[in-house]
Design a protein around this ligand. Structure first.
Ligand code: ATP
Ligand code: MG
Length: 564
């Protein structure tokens, strides 16, 4: 399933998504005393990506819409992969998207409560210490159609399990020596109920609790209980957790001492073409220097998209368009690009940038003369006003806006043909100069003084309009042209190929000595413009007043669908 075109939704009449339907029904029935509480539960093992934005929008969005609260909870139960750097970046990215959490919680704050709960399960005969190796435990799991086999430790005395559980946390045992398992049903049709592991030994220090703990709860044992401790009503996650839900409910049933129950609901995760979304794999790209960091503008991370020039609004609009369903699918990257174009079209000033400059000399224009031409900053937004740009005898234009032997339908500069210089005059091309290798080094033209933009003759019909920058009024810039990071639609699933072999070798082109108009001399990182006729460009964090650096956020038009 692929969505390219934005669905025709009308903001006001938009129907509820299935999660909103559930919440409204719960509210109508007075469930949870009319309380709505959600959480966003990232594992701090990497930077957030555009997939997480989809989860964030529903978790925080539901709370906002129904006067509830959404808490940020770090699911930090695996010290091996987690770091404070990730915690900080996650908070920054959520704020950037425009959401505010009620509280910040850490699953590690519940380690004592989770420990006590595990002890209670052992005492009630509902958990036991298994001393088998991971391989042996796996062998006994059975298959979806064949029941598993009981562990030989399944019926060991409660006292023994209690003692060994303490020992698991003492630091005296090597990792893997034993695990704590819930005693549920080795014949359950849901494999997750076949005596799942709930605690394991990890010696790596934890980024918050240090070396206090050696026994760590598994994800399934921490997640639902954390929801319960906090009072979450709607625990929203992605579809792969649907099969975990019976286990989620089983733990809550053991734990709950009132009518209150958190409930888990699952939606389809975001998969984007030409994009890799797993944090583990994104980390590989970073660690192996295949990208410049988590915030490389080619990364699907929120920090990468931000650096690239994506706005929070464009991402939220995108998420809104794709919606929430119960079916996994693949969304075309072109839809995300459509969202950013749509947003920047209304917000950015149009400026002149020439990526591959060639000189154009207006031979009948007086030397030393400068005229100021008025140009509208943004035709989509009158309130952005206008500015003046300098016109002189020597201009820069794009190299490919001139062609010596041009086909009939080429509406740009070619000897004997006319074009309009944007906001200035109509010119007639008279020829060019070439170097010894036959490369064009200068283009010549004559202007018609009667055709200045705004004059009566200005209405004369010419087929093409090109942009330009006055040579003495231009400044140098470095421009970074980005393209999609992967060459194939689904880089994670190509047979016999590692995703790293599928990186697009042309995903970054750095162009030096581009020309931009003087107007841009005081820009600051994050500022964003439309380079007319080319695309949207923002100022990179590497940019300095003496060395301007622009990132191409997105070209004006989608050129990929044509190439394919
Ligand atoms: P990854 O596999 O990329 O590392 P994850 O699921 O391990 O992602 P978590 O930090 O555990 O990442 O995710 C936090 C929340 O974001 C979870 O509720 C998860 O379901 C959701 N989420 C993660 N990836 C996506 C995605 N591609 N689309 C929508 N939601 C996602
Ligand atoms: Mg995860």
């Amino acid at each position: 399933m692929k969505n390219i075109e934005p669905s025709a939704t009308n903001e006001n009449k938009k129907s509820l998504n299935f999660i909103e339907v559930i919440v409204e029904k719960d509210l109508k029935e007075g469930k949870n005393d009319g309380r709505v509480q959600t959480r966003f539960p990232p594992e701090p093992n990497g930077y957030l990506h555009i997939g997480h934005a989809k989860a964030i929008c529903i978790d925080f969005g539901i709370a906002e819409k129904y006067n509830g609260v959404c808490n940020l909870r770090f699911d930090d139960t695996n010290p091996v992969k987690e770091e404070v750097e990730y915690v900080d970046s996650i908070m920054e990215d959520i704020h950037w998207l425009g959401f505010e959490w009620g509280n910040v919680f850490y699953a590690s704050d519940y380690f004592p409560q989770l420990w006590d709960f595990a002890v209670r399960l052992i005492k009630e005969g509902k958990a036991y210490i298994d001393e088998q190796s991971a391989e042996d435990i796996a062998k006994q799991k059975g298959t979806p159609t064949k029941p598993g086999t009981n562990s030989p430790y399944r019926d060991r005395p409660i006292e023994e399990s209690l003692e060994l559980f303490e020992k698991m946390n003492s630091g005296d045992l090597p990792e893997g020596a034993m695990v704590l398992r819930a005693k549920i049903d080795m014949a359950a049709s849901n494999m997750h109920l076949r005596d799942p592991l709930i605690y394991r030994i990890v010696h790596t220090p934890h980024h918050r609790t240090g070396t206090d703990w050696k026994a760590y709860p598994m994800y399934d044992f921490a997640h639902g209980q954390s929801d319960y401790f906090e009072g979450v009503t709607h625990s929203i996650c992605t579809l792969e957790f649907e099969v975990h839900r019976p286990l989620y409910d089983w733990f809550i049933d053991q734990l709950a001492d009132s009518d209150y129950r958190p409930h888990q609901y699952e939606f389809n995760r975001l998969n984007l073409t030409y994009t890799m979304m797993s944090k583990r794999r994104l980390l590989e790209l970073v660690q192996e220097n295949l990208v410049s960091g988590w915030n490389d503008p080619r990364m699907p991370t929120l920090s990468g998209l931000r650096r690239r020039g994506y706005t929070p609004e464009s991402i939220r609009n995108f998420v809104d368009r794709i919606g929430y369903t119960k079916y996994d699918g693949m969304i075309d990257l072109a839809l995300l690009e459509h969202s950013i174009r749509e947003d920047l079209n209304t917000k950015t000033a149009r400026v002149s940038g020439v990526i591959d400059p060639i000189k154009l000399i207006i031979t009948n224009y007086p030397e030393g003369k400068t005229e100021m031409m008025e140009t509208i900053n943004n035709p989509e937004d009158e309130s952005m006003g206008s500015r003046e740009i300098a016109f002189t005898r020597e201009l820069y234009i794009e190299r490919d806006d001139f062609m010596e032997d041009a086909p009939r339908k080429y509406f740009r500069l070619s000897p004997g043909r006319e074009v309009r210089l944007k906001s200035a005059y109509i010119i007639n091309c008279t020829g060019c100069k070439k170097d010894d290798n036959g490369n064009v080094v200068e283009v010549y033209a004559e202007y018609d003084p009667e055709t200045r933009s705004g004059m009566p003759e200005a209405g004369r019909r010419v087929k093409g309009t090109i942009h330009w920058i006055s040579v003495p009024h231009s400044i140098n810039a470095e421009v970074r042209l980005y393209d999609r990071l992967f060459m194939v639609e689904d880089p994670a699933n190509v047979k016999d190929k590692n995703f790293k072999e599928l990186i697009n070798p042309d995903s970054l082109k750095i162009v030096q000595n581009c020309k931009v108009e003087e107007y841009l001399k005081d820009v600051e990182p994050g500022d964003i413009f439309q380079f007319q006729r080319i695309g949207y460009f923002n100022v990179d964090i590497d940019s300095t007043p003496n060395n301007l650096v622009f990132n191409r956020t997105v070209p004006l038009r989608d050129s990929w669908s044509k190439k394919k």
